[in-house]
Design a protein around this ligand. Structure first.
Ligand code: PAF
Length: 281
């Protein structure tokens, strides 16, 4: 497995692989890899001749008071995990390599105005910019993203369609701890009391999945989910919402495919979770 730090070295290798006729899969990550990432890399391994993983804590997707400095990093462990799954290349640039004096950005309207985009107004502009850059550097045939970041996945799909990237986007299921907590690099911020409290997210998701049905009123689902989270003293809801699965706009009634998504602060740590629901066709 190779590690590249520059755009040029990455492009040189990709060019060779393309010349040899290999298909290329990309798994974009911010490192501190866990089993959620491992599932993306495994899927990528199954579907492509060459597997590229990017490990880059992208500064442009963090707001001024967010956790850019504290974001967990362990590049050696990331390399070992990628190697054990059979990745071919890790692209691990420094921020200067990616941005230098950049002033061109990629942003998306409407889909980024709701849910996480409301609380984190610059987040998706940073995500769209870095993902576009990675797509241009790696030029993958397929790119893999987790359903845990469901709004991000919807935004990337729309960006790929609107900007005509010739890349297949593959969404992969949420991977959970045995007790239900969705795997996240940020889980490492939780102390043991907060870790227990964090289970209110997955409990609310399970309840939502139990009670949602075609045509039901969104508020009736949200009310029961909210009650579960609000009964946990360490939890503070940022949002719980039912939105159209494609546009990310709130819907009053489950009369189309929807995403039920939430962000909840457990102490200072902001966690997200969600489920998708497809109406019967
Ligand atoms: O999901 C993430 O880890 C990041 O948002 C991504 C897609 C790697 C862009 O920095």
């Amino acid at each position: 497995m190779q590690v590249t730090k520059t755009i040029k070295a990455t492009r040189d290798q990709i060019r060779e692989w393309k010349k040899a006729g290999y298909s290329i899969g990309l798994v974009p990550t911010m490192g501190f890899l866990h089993e959620g990432h491992a599932s993306l890399i495994k899927k990528c391994r199954e579907e492509n001749d060459k597997v590229v993983v990017s490990v880059f804590v992208n500064p442009t997707q963090f707001g001024p008071n967010e956790d850019l400095e504290d974001y967990p990093r362990d590049f050696e462990r990331d390399c070992a995990l990628c190697e054990s799954i059979g990745a071919d290349l890790i692209f691990h640039p420094e921020p200067e390599e990616m941005y230098q004096d950049a002033c061109a950005y990629v942003s998306i309207n409407t889909l980024s105005d709701t849910l996480c985009g409301k609380t984190r107004p610059i987040h998706f502009k940073g995500v769209c910019t870095v993902v576009s850059k990675l797509f241009n550097i790696v030029t993958p045939d397929n790119a893999y993203f987790g359903q845990k970041d469901a709004q991000q996945l919807a935004i990337i799909r729309k960006m790929v369609k609107d900007l005509n990237f010739d890349i297949r986007i593959v969404g992969c299921p949420i991977i959970r701890e045995e007790d239900g907590l969705a795997k996240s690099s940020r889980n490492t911020y939780l102390n043991s009391e907060e870790r227990k409290a964090a289970l209110c997210l997955s409990r609310a998701v399970r309840k939502g999945q139990e009670i949602i049905s075609d045509g039901c009123i969104s508020e009736s689902v949200l009310k029961e989910m909210r009650e579960i989270v609000e009964s946990e003293p360490l939890a503070r809801i940022d949002y719980i919402s039912v939105v159209d699965a494609l546009t990310m706009q709130p819907v009053d009634q489950v009369d189309r495919d929807v995403l039920v998504a939430m962000a909840v602060y457990i102490g200072k740590t902001r966690l997200i979770d969600n489920f998708s629901y497809e109406v019967q066709k």
